[in-house]
Write a protein that binds this ligand. Structure first.
Ligand code: AHM
Ligand code: MG
Length: 336
């Protein structure tokens, strides 16, 4: 490909997914329609996030405590946009959002076969300082036309048919897997289209970055503590790893996917299940990691094998480069 070819023959996310679908003659295009509604949600949130700083500046002139409220509004706004976009796609039957206590069952006239679990705006504590935040989503497909129930989403992550995230950062990047590899698309703001910029992403087999909130180290269990100690003081003659921690899962996982290394939010004495949510944080990110050639582990098992028992369940998580995750698995196995 010459550079020119890229400029005149744009692989948009819609075209990409339609291409993929054409490999499955039985497909009726439902997935592309669902995805185009997710993409619309991402574009909306991207534009809202980009304006948030400005809105705050204007707000600050008037009121003093606009800050907190403004931030909350962006969370709620993003959730509303995704819920409405997903329902209006006509392709969903159940929605689980981090923002809503209960699952949303789509009314029968607007129902389709997909169940979508999502965190509309993850890392929102980072909004006020302009740090990257993101949307995370996972998609299950109901097998037949049965009346949807909660059980349809309380399924292991390996049953997802697709997963992805959109990062609102220095550029707006959407990373998607439909179960045959991982592809990254960047929003061209002048076109309003996501263009394929990162085809077939593979995570390096081993990395030199670890990513964790070390402020919790006091309460970590011994395999986690041993692992992080080894990152800093390797005994095998290798160089120590670098520490990078943004505190925004999408940004930390995105860097891990592209540069390699490990991201961990382990259990600790205060939070025995860690912090991150199984359905819409742990599962989608684990799905992407495995599809990119990496691994994802809960401290007990392959993350995608976990069977959730409630919607907002949490789990410890270690994900990233194959070899790096292998190392933490070995430490947990020795402990067991
Ligand atoms: P949130 O859903 O309340 O935004 O919390 C999730 C975020 C993740 O993006 C990030 O990985 C993690 O919380 C950071 O937690 P901590 O501040 O404890 O390091
Ligand atoms: Mg979250």
């Amino acid at each position: 490909h010459s550079a020119d070819a890229f400029r005149t023959d744009l692989m948009t996310i819609t075209r990409f997914v339609l291409n993929e679908q054409s490999k499955h003659p039985e497909s009726r295009g439902d997935f592309s329609i669902l995805l185009s509604h997710i993409v619309l949600g991402c574009k909306f949130v991207c534009s809202a996030v980009n304006k948030a700083g400005l809105a705050k500046l204007i707000g600050l002139a008037g009121e003093t405590n606009v800050q907190g409220e403004e931030q909350k509004k962006l969370d709620v706004l993003s959730n509303e946009v995704f819920v409405k976009a997903l329902i209006s796609s006509g392709r969903t039957c159940i929605l689980v959002s981090e923002e809503d206590e209960d699952a949303i069952f789509v009314e029968p006239s607007k129902r389709g076969k997909y169940a979508v679990v999502f965190d509309p705006l993850d890392g929102s504590s980072n909004i006020d300082c302009g740090v990257s935040i993101g949307t995370i989503f996972g998609i299950y497909a109901l097998k037949d036309n049965h009346e949807p129930t909660i059980e349809d989403v309380l399924q292991p992550g390996k049953n997802m048919v697709a997963a992805g995230y959109c990062m609102y950062g220095s550029s707006c990047t959407l990373v998607l897997s439909t179960g045959s590899g991982v592809n990254g698309f960047t929003l061209d703001p002048s076109l309003g289209e996501f263009i394929l910029t990162h085809p077939d992403i593979k995570i390096p087999k081993k990395g030199n970055i670890y990513s964790a909130n070390e402020g919790n180290a006091k309460n970590w269990d011994s395999p986690t503590a041993t692992y992080v100690e080894k990152c800093k003081f390797p005994k095998d003659g290798s160089s120590p790893k670098s520490l990078r921690y943004i505190g925004s899962m999408v940004a930390d996982v995105h860097r891990t996917l592209l540069y390699g290394g490990i991201f961990l939010y382990p259990a600790d004495k205060k939070s025995p299940n860690g912090k991150l949510r199984v359905l819409y944080e742990v599962f989608p990110m684990s799905f992407l990691m495995e599809q990119a050639g990496g691994q994802s582990f809960t401290g007990k098992e392959r993350a995608l094998d976990l069977i959730p028992t409630k919607l907002h369940e949490r789990s410890p998580i270690f994900l990233g480069s194959y070899d790096d995750v292998e190392e933490i698995k070995t430490l947990y196995a020795a402990e067991a």
